[in-house]
Ligand binder design. Structure first.
Ligand code: PEP
Ligand code: MG
Length: 579
């Protein structure tokens, strides 16, 4: 009897192979009070465990094969940084000394405190950092509890061609598994924004996460099939079923090779309109992924990642180095650097508590925080301006909702330029300044904003959440988070028209821009600049090069008149079926 287990497909591809179960469960954390004469020894035990954990991570880092995307090393470095940070070093020691408790329990208390902070964050990317903290702490706990066999087992046992079924995986474990050429991974927990999901995508390993209880249904060594696009794990298939998936696997391989051929093909529609396909990046190390798919530049560089996992924000020099690295690597192609998008419950160290905001997503975020704390903002503006001397930089302001904010940022940019002139530090004089359209007020007033800015960028992730009053992270109202809602489509259209009338470019950098099912609709609405995660880019290019704009404009105009999303979905399916 075939069994199908469903989760979330986070990295495409079909894999067939024998199962390898890696179940570990969470260790039970003992709690006890120590007699006072043993407390110093307990502190020593904790410090040794931390050192051993760091040594393990350094060893894993050494084993990363040449040619592996650099973001892999960056994940390991993130864990190393965490294991050096006072939140995981000094605070547990203080707890041991103050409470007289055992090291495991002190670390556990600190983990709970950090988890509470992360749970309040309203930004999916930042919330994924909670997984990192958990993985880093788990590594130390296992050393304290003498439970380190699992990584040793992974390292020792050849996993080649196997499908790993695990309750959870850490990025370090995925690096080891990748060296053994695993065929696919399936985890019971985790979401599409978890780092293991991001890593699996960048390594091209088919992956399904959130396949609840998979470990209970699957036996070691039994033949499995994973469909990383559909998010399905299949067991017990007969010969015909297996042959079906083998054929699909071959088909996918051919399609991927075919897509790769498009890397250097210009993104031009059949009727000759050039479309710009940019990549979104989070760290300077992500440039390689953007280059692998032939991106026309960076349409969104989320700089807040530089500010995370540290007790003080990066200074101007550090930022200048990071931005310059990206700008130089892009060799003249545009790099859109978005200013800091932290706020409310997310201050510069990424861990400070809420300041009492009742609705953090509606609070002191992004440009609001930067204008309130200009001393945080000024070094970033200077660093971006200085990096502009090495190529083509566009400066993007997140979450603007009033023209006053635009004016204030422009004044600060003018001041930053004056400072640099005084210091005799070079920068490009003509840096373009743009605004994100991610608040409904900004979309409605897009024409006013367009007159004051050099370009606009539609952030659909937030535009959808704010337009529909549907928290982008709240699973209970997922059904309301609808890109095809008429209000969302009309706001996108208003923004595109405002840009066209003002004669300035409009990019879309939210996830909608990388969804191939929406490419033709967006082209029809008049979008000509898309920015997306690198793995989505070639598929979108394929659709662009196969499309003729005129009929798409007509179909999009019809879709815009719909008041019912079901009707919109039917029209969209029709639009896509002409492919
Ligand atoms: C968006 O809101 O669409 C966007 C691109 O910004 P972020 O996802 O970083 O909030
Ligand atoms: Mg946003």
């Amino acid at each position: 009897m075939p069994v199908a287990l469903h989760g979330t497909g986070v990295s495409r591809g079909i894999a067939l192979g024998p199962a390898r179960l890696l179940q570990r469960g969470r260790p039970d954390i003992p709690q006890y009070v120590l007699p006072s004469h043993l407390i110093n020894e307990e502190v020593e035990r904790f410090i040794s465990a931390l050192e051993a954990a760091r040594a393990q991570l350094h060893a894993i880092r050494q084993q990363i094969p040449a040619g592996t995307p650099t973001d892999i090393a960056a994940f390991i470095d993130t864990h190393l940084l965490m294991l050096e940070d006072a939140t995981l070093t000094t605070v547990p020691i203080e707890l041991i000394l103050r409470e007289g408790c055992n090291a495991e329990w002190a670390l556990h208390m600190q983990q709970e405190a950090l988890t509470r902070v992360f749970d309040q964050m309203d930004d999916a990317y930042l919330r994924t950092r909670r997984d990192d903290v958990e993985h880093a702490i788990l590594r130390v706990q296992r050393i304290l509890l003498d439970q380190t066999q699992r990584e040793a087992a992974i390292a020792a046992e050849p996993e080649g061609g196997r499908i790993i079924v695990s309750d959870d995986l850490s990025p370090g474990e995925l690096v080891l598994l990748h060296q053994h050429n695993v065929a696919a991974i399936v985890t019971e927990h985790g979401g599409p924004m978890s780092h293991v999901a991001i890593l699996a995508r960048s390594l091209g390993i088919p992956a399904v996460v959130g396949a609840h209880h998979a470990g209970q249904y699957i036996r070691d060594n039994e033949p499995l099939v994973v469909d990383g696009r559909q998010g399905v794990l299949l067991a017990g298939l007969d010969a015909a079923g297996t042959a079906f998936y083998r054929a699909r696997q071959q088909q996918e391989k051919r399609a991927r090779a075919e897509l790769h051929r498009l890397k250097d093909t210009p993104a031009v529609t059949r009727d000759g309109t050039a479309i710009t396909l940019f990549a979104n990046i989070e760290l300077p190390e992500d440039i390689q992924a953007a280059r692998r798919v032939g991106a026309a530049g960076i349409g969104l560089y989320r700089t807040e990642f530089l500010y995370m996992n540290r007790s003080a924000p990066p200074d101007e020099e550090e930022q200048y180095r990071a931005y310059s690295k990206v700008v130089k690597a892009l060799k003249g192609l545009p790099v859109t650097i978005r200013t800091l998008d932290l706020g409310a419950d997310k201050t510069a160290d990424g861990t400070a508590p809420d300041r009492g905001a009742t609705n953090p997503a509606l609070g002191l975020r992004a440009v609001r925080l930067c204008l309130r704390e200009p001393e945080l903002f000024r070094p970033q503006l200077r660093a971006i301006l200085r990096a502009s001397q090495h190529g083509t930089v566009r400066l993007l302001i997140p979450m603007i909702s009033t023209v006053q904010e635009i004016r204030q940022v422009q004044e600060l940019i003018a001041e930053a330029k004056d400072d640099l002139r005084q210091r005799r530090q070079p920068f490009a004089g003509n840096i373009a300044v743009g605004g994100m359209i991610e608040v409904p007020a900004a979309a409605i007033c897009a024409a006013d904003f367009a007159r004051r800015l050099d370009f606009l960028s539609i952030g659909t992730n937030d535009l959808i959440q704010y337009t529909l009053a549907a928290d982008r992270l709240d699973e209970t109202i997922n059904h309301l988070y609808q890109p095809l809602h008429p209000a969302v489509l009309r706001l996108i259209h208003t923004t595109l028209r405002a840009g066209a009338e003002a004669g300035i470019p409009v990019t879309m950098c939210g996830e909608m821009a990388g969804d191939p099912l929406l490419t033709r609709l967006l082209l029809g609405l008049g979008l000509t600049e898309f920015s997306m995660p690198p793995p989505a880019l070639l598929e979108v290019k394929r659709i662009v090069t196969g499309s003729t704009l005129e009929p798409l404009h007509q179909a999009a105009a019809r879709i815009l008149r719909q008041d019912d999303m079901e009707q919109t979905a039917l029209l969209l399916a029709e639009l896509n079926s002409d492919d």
